[in-house]
Design a protein around this ligand. Structure first.
Ligand SMILES: NC(=O)c1ccc[n+]([C@@H]2O[C@H](COP(=O)([O-])OP(=O)(O)OC[C@H]3O[C@@H](n4cnc5c(N)ncnc54)[C@H](O)[C@@H]3O)[C@@H](O)[C@H]2O)c1
Length: 345
């Protein structure tokens, strides 16, 4: 008789605004066990212990990695600490879910990819749109040829300002890297995924502006165009100077078109509205979507998928190579904003 393997022992590093959702999801995922949490802030550590009384809670992630026999680590830290924590987790022999942006530098991404490969560990990056019933359906239809060859993609976000982050790290340019690495990075990943069968990005040109003159480095408004081979291109545009959270993807190809939209009062709503419309060149139709979509739902898929992949299943999450591409696109886009030039890959 086949026995079920023991649950995967997860350690969570960083239990702030988004990490507390990761903790909630790990705790309820079949085959996963939230064994330990490392959190530096006293307040967030106390909340983590109250919400997850059976998890061992640490203030230092190095100590957690040393003392706990973990199978997997989930990193939900400010961007500037991703590399150090990811390297230590892989060196400790743990499969890894690392939130975006993978790292702030490309050589750091390279090092993590090589380390995971050498240790035969799964390395998943938190570009959760890939696990979405809505954005994933668009990908499925593009790959099935529903619109022919993709030639144009618009990804647009209208939203309220970013959260500060514990200690204000998200508004500190040295810690956040740049604001393209925060949210537009998801859209770069999405565009590259949709254009996958056409080839890798060729060049990027980007523009940005700020709302507050005392902080020109914090660019609330951002637009970029990415060129792909075969004359396809994607337009990515977002503003943080608005309200609520509304995202659209419009894709046209040589034969048809897709229009997907998602709306919520906030990004983390459990009750969003969403829809997908398909034009086959002659008529339009609504595409039925069976599952609710939104980052709180995609997070469940991510944790379940890493758990399965650690047991030998297929990794559907973004890989280290995908995470590196997204960071590269953000860095090149910032270079374009700063120089006013088209930047090639
Ligand atoms: N994929 C997504 O959709 C998504 C959504 C939100 C946030 N994120 C990412 O998640 C990460 C965290 O974002 P957040 O909004 O939760 O920020 P946050 O500031 O609310 O949480 C970060 C937590 O890490 C803790 N921390 C900082 N340094 C630490 C250290 N050395 N050791 C242990 N704990 C430490 C902080 O005390 C804080 O509790 C970021 O990388 C962000 O980009 C991803």
């Amino acid at each position: 008789m086949k026995t079920n393997p023991s649950p995967l022992r997860f350690g969570l590093i960083g239990c702030g605004a988004w990490g507390s959702h990761h903790a909630r999801v790990i705790a309820k995922t079949n085959g996963a066990h939230l064994a330990a949490i490392a959190e530096r802030s006293d307040e967030n550590r106390a909340a983590a212990q109250t919400n997850h009384p059976t998890a061992k809670v640490y203030s230092d992630f190095h100590e957690m990695l040393r003392k706990e026999q973990l199978d997997a680590v989930d990193i939900v830290l400010p961007a500037h600490v991703h590399y150090e924590a990811a390297k230590a987790s892989l060196e400790a022999g743990c499969h890894l879910l690392l939130e975006k942006p993978m790292c702030l530098q490309l050589d750091q991404c390279d090092e993590l990819i090589a380390l995971a490969r050498a240790k035969k560990l799964q390395l998943a990056i938190g570009h959760e749109f890939r696990l979405s019933s809505l954005w994933g359906k668009v990908k499925e239809m593009v790959d099935e040829g529903a619109i022919g060859d993709p030639r144009y993609c618009l990804i647009e976000l209208w939203r309220n300002p970013y959260r500060l982050g514990t200690g204000g790290w998200r508004y500190n340019i040295k810690q956040v890297g740049n604001w393209i690495l925060e949210e537009p990075i998801h859209f770069f990943d999405l565009a590259r995924w949709y254009f996958g069968k056409v080839g890798e990005p060729v060049s990027v040109v980007a523009f940005a502006s700020h709302k507050r003159d005392e902080h020109p480095e914090l660019q609330d408004n951002f637009s970029a165009m990415i060129n792909f081979p075969n004359s396809g291109y994607a337009v990515i545009s977002q503003t943080l100077a608005a309200y609520e959270h509304h995202q659209i993807v419009k894709l046209t190809g040589t034969r048809g078109a897709l229009w997907a939209s998602w709306s919520g009062a906030m990004d983390r709503t459990f009750h969003p509205t969403f829809s997908l419309k398909y034009f086959d060149g002659e008529k339009t139709q609504e595409v039925a979507l069976t599952k609710t979509t939104g980052e709180v739902y995609e997070l469940e898929e991510e944790i379940a998928n890493l758990t399965a992949a650690a047991r030998g299943g297929e990794l559907r999450c973004a890989t280290g190579e995908d995470g590196r591409w997204s960071v590269a696109l953000c860095l090149k886009a910032q270079e374009s904003v700063d120089t006013g030039k088209v930047v090639k890959f």
